[in-house]
Design a protein around this ligand. Sequence first.
Ligand code: PBG
Ligand code: ZN
Length: 308
Amino acid sequence: MVQEHQVTQADLIYPLFAVPGQQVAREVSSMPGVYQLSVDKIVEEAREVYDLGIPAIILFGIPTDKDGEATGAWHDCGIVQTATTAVKQAVPDLLVIVDTCLCEYTAHGHCGYLELGDLSGRVLNDPTLELLKKTALSQVRAGADVIAPSGMMDGFVQAIRSGLDEQGFTDTPILSYAAKYASAYYGPFRDAAESAPQFGDRRTYQMDPANGTEALKEIALDMAEGADMLMVKPALAYMDIIWRVKQATQLPVAAYNVSGEYAMVKAAALNGWIDEQRVVMETMTGFKRAGADLILTYHAKDVARWLA
Ligand code: PBG
Ligand code: ZN
């Protein structure tokens, strides 16, 4: 009766990784229980997720080919577009959120466009916006319900919003990765998404972990540009940011419980060193207490089962 916060299935968003092929289910070595799945398997997984009471998935894609223009990101037959259409057809009531970024599709693994031959890792912001616009449009045409741009480019919310509006997609919300830090906790994700930068790092566009107030500047920009929901990422080492963002906005706030956070819990649990269920539920409750309305987590299916 006096409990202040509850975790429910409705808070959860489950990340999925789509790969080309059929009947493919490849476990990610650094993320036990997480798989790269071909589209047929993604559809099966989507059904299971929906039946567990989880309202949404977020899709990432690993393309057959990577190039300088991130063609696989914005092509109408891209892997995420294909997976989106298949899931919406099979499980129409499951919300499909799509990650809108270039890093899985560029040969160099950066989230933006680089001058050919430039090895500095300094992305060209504005040419990237054009590619992100194209990517979001093709994703929405494929049936995506929510666009989630994750590259931390300046002006990306505004660019995507106007790109969608011009084509009549005025009702598609944008969940912005608004406060995203340059974090070592993304390591296992880069195995899963095959998106590690081939040179340099992401510190020219992601935030310095030492900065808190800067997160408020980032969310203010995204709110002014038309973001509908804001994300803080990673979550565990950034609980204070979740709290500050929640205090500073009236938009829903999402926390991304990232791959490295998942991997640490899984490793300890597999060694019998911690009680996995209690640790995960305590962590989820902590996110809610910190102010998160939504939680993106690889534990989502387990959490939903435990709650049931
Ligand atoms: C890329 C992206 C990353 C994650 C989601 N989208 C990582 C990165 O910046 O390399 C990380 C998710 C996770 O670690 O679970 N734009
Ligand atoms: Zn990216």
